[in-house]
Design a protein around this ligand. Structure first.
Ligand SMILES: Cc1cc2nc3c(=O)[nH]c(=O)nc-3n(C[C@H](O)[C@H](O)[C@H](O)COP(=O)(O)OP(=O)(O)OC[C@H]3O[C@@H](n4cnc5c(N)ncnc54)[C@H](O)[C@@H]3O)c2cc1C
Length: 271
């Protein structure tokens, strides 16, 4: 399978990327790691006429502490996050989840900004970001704005980002030594999650249980009322709308959501 023809523009800064987006409009697509975009271009599910390669913007590759938050540049690759000492100390859920994305080849190309912008409900890092409860920093012609992760993913492959904006940074609260858990169910180690659950500080997020990653709010509310982990986890599939495919039907996904939520919460509590 080959893609339809496209022009290629390599940019070296956010300003250059935004200028190229403004010039080429909705026919253009940003290219970061290419590990989600190129597969869908080969399937002709995306047919951009111009690819704007942001993968070489060095200024967008970093992990640093800023006050009570950890700031992560959008072009930080999964394997960089996985090995980053600041991330390991300040927000250990993220490097652990980064280590569970695909295989080494995918982790050496894929970026946190790319997986955030792509809005696939089966994505690992967005699930962790949603459980952490941070913000997505967007930059566009009007400057920068921050969107809470709870408002960012609006549908299957849809986000609150405008076509003339790009993700420049992810910001998450420092959790330090607080317990966390991430449980991912796959048929093979390096597969996408059939279902996954992330838990940290009483918040729980689920992958692949609806059109977007989503919070298990009934579980969170039960925990806040003082319910046991086992009782709260039994509510994890409330408000979800899982699909069915060759890997699992909807009922099995609901079962997995409850089971993985319990395990993630137990792991968080044991830390
Ligand atoms: C074989 C394989 C296995 C995989 N397994 C997993 C897995 O187990 N778990 C998982 O979560 N993911 C998995 N992935 C996906 C992988 O994590 C991707 O790298 C990631 O989803 C997209 O990141 P990217 O940098 O490659 O984005 P790209 O493919 O370059 O871009 C994806 C989309 O985001 C847009 N975009 C990219 N960067 C920005 C930005 N900064 N601002 C605005 N828009 C932007 C692009 O225009 C495009 O629409 C897998 C991919 C492959 C090919």
């Amino acid at each position: 399978m080959i893609t339809s023809p496209f022009d290629y523009v390599k940019v070296r800064s956010v300003d250059e990327a935004l200028a190229a987006l403004a010039e080429h409009g909705e026919d253009a697509k940003l290219l970061a790691g290419g590990h989600s975009l190129l597969p869908i271009m080969k399937l002709r599910l995306a047919v951009p006429s111009v690819l704007i390669d942001i993968g070489g913007i060095a200024d967008l590759s970093y992990v640093r502490v800023e006050g009570d938050e950890v700031a992560i540049g959008a072009c930080t690759r999964h394997h960089e996050l996985e090995r980053d000492d600041v991330a390991r100390a300040e927000v250990p859920l993220l490097p652990r989840v980064a280590s569970r994305v695909g295989d080494p080849q995918v982790r050496h190309r894929g970026t946190i900004g790319g997986t955030t912008a792509h809005s696939d409900p089966a994505s690992d890092l967005p699930t962790a970001l949603l459980a952490l409860g941070g913000t997505v920093v967007l930059q566009g012609p009007g400057g920068r704005r921050e969107v809470p992760v709870t408002d960012f993913w609006t549908g299957f492959f849809e986000t609150a980002m405008s076509p003339d904006e790009m993700v420049v940074e992810l910001r998450v609260p420092r959790t330090g030594s607080a317990g966390w858990g991430y449980e991912k169910f796959t048929r093979r180690e390096n597969d996408w999650p059939i279902v996954a659950a992330a838990a940290v500080e009483g918040r729980v997020a689920l992958a692949n249980m609806a059109g977007t990653v989503l919070r298990a709010t009934a579980t969170e509310e039960a925990l806040a009322r003082g319910a046991s982990i086992a009782e709260a986890a039994e509510l994890a599939d409330q408000g979800t709308s899982p699909g069915a495919d060759m890997h699992a039907d909807a009922d099995y996904r609901r079962h997995l959501a409850r089971l993985l939520t319990r395990r993630a919460l137990e792991r968080a509590a044991a830390a």
